[in-house]
Design a protein around this ligand. Structure first.
Ligand code: LHQ
Length: 257
């Protein structure tokens, strides 16, 4: 049983709901450990084909709980021990992860959203790279993902000025997959997750694994990675089903295998 998150599974979709609404779901050590544990459950459960990370109440996640931190903590070691393994787990998890940003995402809460594969943002939610306001630098993968998503200049601006940005600004700068009206929030998040959960999961996993390599690889290396990934995808039931459905002029029914 979890204390700081709610973990639920419904028809191919796992929900990880951060559950400290009074603190806008600020991270505590317990929450970190529970998110990590839930991600491992998702990895090992073949029924899970899409993961939604969202927040209870009016916030998504306000970053590290600033009231639960003693002065003597070495922040570098804390990151190495708790945040970094969670972010690495998300990157290596060969299933799509959606950040359903229901409210403010600040500091490491924004980093968590950046480490997801898709960001659906509620129209009245805001994002703030808040680290600078307390004299810190972006962490938990923020300095890796942000420039890749919005380009170097915009990433530097967001990190150094730490200004709040709206959902629509996030969409314009490439941070958001889509912006959703509050009235349709839950149904649109579910619809998007369902769509992902019904795609060929193994191909998505391979895309996640190899596309990330493109930033550090030359063309020749990427061509080889693509060949490797395609050899694997070509062996899946979903590839056979996709081709068969095309030839039979019907919609494919992918099993994720
Ligand atoms: C909070 C928090 C919070 C505790 C709202 N903690 N209570 C750092 C150190 C070590 C290693 C790892 O890495 C990190 C990474 C980081 O994440 S550093 C950045 C930490 N986060 C922040 O600096 C953001 C602090 N929060 C805010 O700036 C605002 O609360 C935002 C912009 C998120 C939301 O503003 P409002 O909508 O005006 O809400 P609020 O400020 O009134 O907050 C509501 C409550 O939540 C309030 O408690 P209260 O008892 O007064 O109702 C806040 O104190 C509490 N809260 N964030 N991070």
């Amino acid at each position: 049983m979890y204390q700081s998150i709610i973990f639920e599974k419904t028809e191919g979709i796992a929900w990880i709901k951060l559950n400290r609404p009074a603190k806008l779901n600020a991270f505590t050590l317990e929450m970190q450990k529970e998110i990590h544990s839930a991600l491992i459950k998702c990895k090992n459960d073949d029924e899970v084909r899409a993961i939604i990370i969202t927040g209870e109440g009016r916030g998504f996640c306000s970053g590290q709980d600033l009231s639960s931190f003693g002065k003597s903590v070495n922040l570098g070691n804390y990151l190495r021990e708790y945040y970094n393994p969670m972010i690495e787990e998300m990157a290596s998890l060969e299933k799509p992860i959606i950040a359903a940003i229901n409210g403010v995402a600040a500091g490491a809460g924004l980093s968590l959203a950046l480490a997801c594969d898709f960001r659906i943002i509620c129209e009245d939610a805001t994002l703030v790279n808040a680290f600078i306001h307390i004299g810190l630098v972006p962490d938990a993968g923020n300095m890796y993902y942000l420039p890749r998503l919005v380009g170097y200049a915009k990433a530097l601006e967001l990190a150094v000025l730490g200004e709040k940005i709206t959902a629509h600004e996030a969409l314009k700068s490439g941070l958001a997959t889509k912006v959703v009206a509050r009235d349709h929030w839950e149904e649109e998040v579910l619809q998007f997750a369902n769509r992902l959960a019904n795609l060929p999961t193994r191909a998505i996993g391979l895309i996640k694994k190899y596309m990330r390599e493109s930033f550090e690889s030359d063309l020749q290396t990427m061509l080889e990675y693509e060949a490797r990934a395609q050899a694997e995808a070509g062996e899946t039931d979903d590839h056979k089903e996709g081709v068969m459905a095309f030839l039979e002029k019907r919609s494919p029914k992918f099993s994720g295998k």
